[in-house]
Design a protein around this ligand. Structure first.
Ligand code: PGA
Length: 253
């Protein structure tokens, strides 16, 4: 039985006051669950990480970065290494988000190197994949997702350390989502692909998240699909009520 993971990607949003209030609101709510039936992860911008780690301390919420360097240290101006994230008290990091792939030219090789560096530093890693609208319309969704998985997931990746998030680029921040049949089709395909790369047992245990316009009104439906093990939420993770409403769909699940 795979545990559900509700992950929030704050992107480049939040100044100190808002970020701390958001982390505090979520921590207070998550703490009220005596035996949470799902995990929660939040990824604030680098500038807020230290304060959010402090605020969420002992709440059980997992805090992490939205990206990291593939290097541990050195002459890489502006970059933040996974070792630094670990040192700060982070539990994980997102790599290969489509905004990183598009805005920063991150290739599968780069994403894989970042994932490897993060795992070496002792962080959990959420690796993002997903097709563009043009790729979907050309019927290439499974090809694209398959090759991103093959190219971005480190060899020997283990469930519990690596999570894969399927985020169709055209669904991010647009209010559009694929049909539940389409989401399930891609997730089942990803699991099959992972079985070929990592073995059946690992593939069965690995958490696969869906991301792209997840909100309180569609979370229950998406999260009840057989191969969807959680959500990676952008916009709706910026408000305590919305993010908690998404997470709460798992309370009675
Ligand atoms: P969204 O973003 O929920 O705002 O669509 C999801 C993501 O980019 O991770």
């Amino acid at each position: 039985m795979r545990r559900k993971l509700i992950a929030g990607n704050w992107k480049m949003n939040g100044l100190t006051q808002d970020g701390v209030a958001l982390a505090k609101g979520l921590s207070d709510l998550y703490r009220t669950l005596t035996k949470p039936s799902f995990d929660m992860f939040i990824a604030p911008p680098f500038t807020l990480l230290s304060k959010v780690v402090e605020t969420a301390k002992e709440s059980g919420i997992w805090v992490g970065g939205q990206d990291c360097s593939m290097y541990d240290s050195g002459a890489h101006t502006g970059d933040v290494s996974p070792v630094m994230l670990k040192d700060l008290g982070c539990g994980g990091v997102i790599v290969g988000h489509s905004e990183r792939r598009a805005d920063h030219g991150e290739t599968n090789d780069i994403v894989k190197a970042k994932a490897e560096a993060a795992l070496k530093a002792g962080l959990g890693v959420i690796i993002c994949v997903g097709e563009t609208l043009a790729e979907r319309e050309a019927g290439k969704t499974l090809d694209v997702v398959g090759s991103q998985i093959k190219g971005s997931v480190p060899e020997g990746a283990k469930a519990g350390h690596v999570v894969i998030a399927y985020e169709p680029v055209w669904a991010i921040g647009t209010g559009k989502t694929p049909t539940t049949d389409d989401v399930q089709e891609v997730h089942a395909f990803m699991r099959q692909k992972l079985a070929g790369l990592l073995g059946e047992e690992t593939a069965q245990q690995m958490q696969l998240l869906y991301g792209g316009s997840v909100k309180p009104s569609n979370a229950k439906e998406l999260l009840s699909l057989p191969d969807v093990d959680g959500a990676l939420v952008g916009g709706a993770s910026l408000k305590v009520d919305d993010f908690w409403a998404i997470a709460s769909t798992q309370l009675s699940a």
